[in-house]
Design a protein around this ligand. Structure first.
Ligand SMILES: Cc1ncc(COP(=O)(O)O)c(C=O)c1O
Length: 420
């Protein structure tokens, strides 16, 4: 695959022009210079070719989109409340949606009020708002190793210094976290927040155990550090018992939780939310004002009505059935075909598996070969804030059909056998 960086593109552009032009990138701010293109978004361009079986994106299966229900709601909404749905709305979000989400978030234990909810354009905008409000250049953000690439991108854009803490099958290693924070404290440094994706993590599929969640809170209280809990996959559990959300265990109002309907309904609606203590809300609303004034009233009111009609539980059951089947096919095919020395996670939910190749193999080097073999994954190093993890890869099981999953994993296995 040929990928140009901005300098190369500029040189190419220069060659194609006769007259002398200025390097326009000199006008960029430091922040813009610091921004990194998402490797996943680049890989997705290649992986979108129709003959490639793509395990690269984190796309939901479009068969699950509740098109019929949304069509009905949309028509009714335009007919009866068109003037409201197509008008600007409040920055913090449409009141009926904030109310429905507050109810939805209160189902375990916590009592969440609509005032604690800020509607965002997907939880990705939530990550950007949080970064804008909390991060100064060189501030430290602690995160899992590996972690969600969109988080890395947002924190990087605000020039944070990211420090990764390794995970095992139970989630972030608390012994490592304690040691890190103690070491930083000796240097008079304190992270701005700890970012975690505790449920069926993107990318690893790991779920943080209850004990680890409790210890994480204890450590966060001890050092007085907020936690950002980003959990788009929480409802997508296919087996085992649910673990309480960290915000439900919190007793000191130190958590910001991010949520989204991207994986439950459809990403095209771009409806996510930030749930935070009231004291932090005002700054976040102001930060959002300069980004977009408000999220689209139309899709907000559609989702509010969808929730009000009580359609979400049935939709979640449908997702669980479909994705559980796909996960089983993937696990079975991996077991039958992967060569010795390749390991993978066995998640209880979510959309991703994590592949670990023998140390001497690089998923990055093998990527062009995988594309030749018409199968795609995302290289694991893209999710490592320390640039490591060359022998790892993320594979998605929600988008491809069961038949494609079986065929694609066999292609990967064949390629790995040849490379070993
Ligand atoms: C952990 C995590 N956070 C945030 C997002 C962003 O989701 P969206 O902006 O579509 O709500 C994703 C998407 O894959 C994710 O996996």
């Amino acid at each position: 695959m040929l990928v140009y960086d901005s300098k190369q593109l500029f040189m190419k552009y220069l060659k194609g022009r006769r007259r002398l032009v200025k390097d326009l990138t000199v006008f960029y701010s430091r922040a813009a210079r610091n921004m990194k293109r998402s490797e996943i978004r680049e890989l997705l361009k290649v992986a979108r070719k129709p003959d490639i079986i793509s395990f690269a994106g984190g796309l939901p299966d479009p068969k699950t989109f509740p098109i019929k229900d949304l069509e009905e709601i949309s028509c009714e909404l335009l007919r009866e409340k068109g003037a409201l749905a197509l008008q600007y709305g409040p920055t913090e979000g449409e009141p009926p949606l904030r109310e429905e989400i507050a109810k939805w978030m209160s189902y375990e234990k916590a009592s969440i009020k609509p005032e604690n909810i800020l509607i965002t354009a997907g939880s990705q905008q939530g990550l950007d708002i949080i970064s804008k409000v909390f991060l100064d250049p060189n501030d430290i953000v602690v995160m899992e190793l590996p972690s969600y690439i969109g988080g890395l991108q947002a924190f990087n854009a605000y020039r944070a210094k990211m420090i990764g803490v390794p995970q095992d099958a139970q989630g972030m290693r608390m012994d490592n976290l304690s040691k890190l924070l103690a070491k930083l404290a000796k240097k008079n440094r304190k992270p701005k927040f700890i970012y975690v994706v505790p449920d069926f993590q993107n990318p690893s599929g790991i779920t943080m155990t209850l004990q680890r969640r409790k210890t994480l809170l204890e450590i966060a209280y001890q050092y007085d550090i907020p936690i950002i809990e980003d959990s788009p996959y929480r409802e997508l559990r296919y087996r085992g018992k649910s673990v309480p959300a960290i915000y439900n265990l919190d007793t000191q109002d130190q958590i910001i939780a991010l949520g989204t309907f991207s994986k439950l309904l459809c990403p095209g609606l771009r409806i996510g939310w930030i749930m935070a203590p009231i004291e932090w809300m005002d700054r976040m609303i102001v930060a959002k004002q300069s980004m977009d004034l408000c999220s689209p009233s139309y899709t907000q009111l559609m989702v509010a009505e969808y929730l009000k009609r009580g359609l979400l539980p049935k939709q979640i059951r449908k997702l669980r059935d479909l994705y559980n089947g796909k996960l089983e096919v993937m696990l079975k095919t991996l077991k039958h075909h992967m060569p010795e020395g390749v390991r993978w996670s066995k998640p209880d939910g979510g959309l991703f598996l994590w592949l670990e190749l023998p140390k001497n193999l690089s998923a990055n080097d093998l990527f062009p070969k995988a594309i030749e073999n018409k199968v795609a994954y995302v290289v694991g190093s893209a999710f490592h804030c320390d640039g490591k993890g060359q022998n790892t890869a993320r594979i998605n099981f929600s988008y491809s059909t069961e038949q494609q999953i079986s065929e694609g994993i066999q292609r990967l296995a064949e390629m790995l056998k040849e490379s070993m």
